[in-house]
Ligand binder design. Structure first.
Ligand SMILES: Nc1ncnc2c1ncn2[C@@H]1O[C@H](COP(=O)(O)OP(=O)(O)OP(=O)(O)O)[C@@H](O)[C@H]1O
Ligand SMILES: [Mg+2]
Length: 236
């Protein structure tokens, strides 16, 4: 589905060059559940943003379904983003002046669906994340876990090929994190491809493949065995 080859991202701070990503090769197949881990500053968010076409690499090739998207216009990239990717962030990023239902309807409006269909679909999505009882609540009237569930519903609105999450449980209490991870597991079982960035070994145990970054490089990339999952979950 996605093929990154030799992806680099450099930043310049005055004369200092920062290699946030340093020749990354990464392939993602449909149905995968990948966790990205690594120390702070190792390039995790940069990689996720490039994967989701929120940011462009300074070098390398990005193939999406065998199409090289590295040189497309901003407009074409925005269309690809809206059609293929769903994003979940640490700080939910809900619109404070919109209620839960309206928040989930936003991406559907970008996709130019009629209003009645937008409402119907947004209600279905909120039902999926067990938030049907809070349709009219504004973000500041919801708990952190509830806000994150609304954010997940919104990310799923246009049936993304790939769901990208940057520390999605970073602001949540552990029972709420567990709930969000269970939800992501269910979505993965139903076929959604997921890439999630986390600091937390417990959270990473929900994935099926673990990619470790250090200094902008992939230092390991391996499947997570059932045994490892069980060990991490029990904190060994
Ligand atoms: N806009 C920018 N300008 C300059 N340097 C940047 C910029 N964005 C990121 N960097 C640098 O690139 C490196 C990778 O940053 P990135 O945000 O990807 O790290 P991260 O692994 O997500 O860290 P964290 O776990 O703290 O979120 C860091 O050294 C950071 O300082
Ligand atoms: Mg980050």
């Amino acid at each position: 589905m996605i093929n990154l080859r030799g992806i680099c991202k450099q930043y310049y701070m005055g004369a200092v060059e920062i290699n946030a990503l340093d020749y990354i090769d990464l392939s993602i197949e449909r149905g995968e559940f990948i966790t990205i881990m690594g120390p702070s500053g190792s390039g995790k968010s940069t990689l996720l943003n490039i994967l989701g076409v929120l940011d462009q690499p300074t070098d390398g090739t990005y193939l999406l379904e065998d199409v090289d998207i590295t040189n497309l216009s901003d407009r074409e990239l925005a269309r690809i983003r809206n059609r293929h990717f769903g994003f979940i962030f640490q700080s939910y990023n809900l619109f404070p002046e919109l209620n839960a239902l309206e928040n989930v309807m936003v991406p559907l409006a970008y996709a130019r669906r009629p209003k009645s269909e937008r409402i119907k679909r947004a209600k279905e999505l909120l039902d999926l994340v067990a938030m049907s009882h809070r349709l009219k609540h504004f973000p500041n009237q919801l708990s952190g876990g509830e806000q994150q569930r609304v954010a997940i519903a919104r990310a799923l609105a246009n049936q993304p090929t790939l769901l990208l999450a940057d520390e999605p449980t970073g602001n949540l209490a552990s029972d709420q994190s567990e709930e969000i991870m269970q939800l992501l597991c269910e979505l993965n079982q139903q076929g959604t491809t997921i890439v999630i960035v986390t600091h937390d070994p417990h959270i990473s145990s929900f994935g099926k493949r673990l990619v470790r970054l250090q200094d902008g490089k992939i230092i390991s990339d391996a499947p997570i065995t059932h045994q490892e999952q069980a060990q991490r979950r029990s904190g060994v």
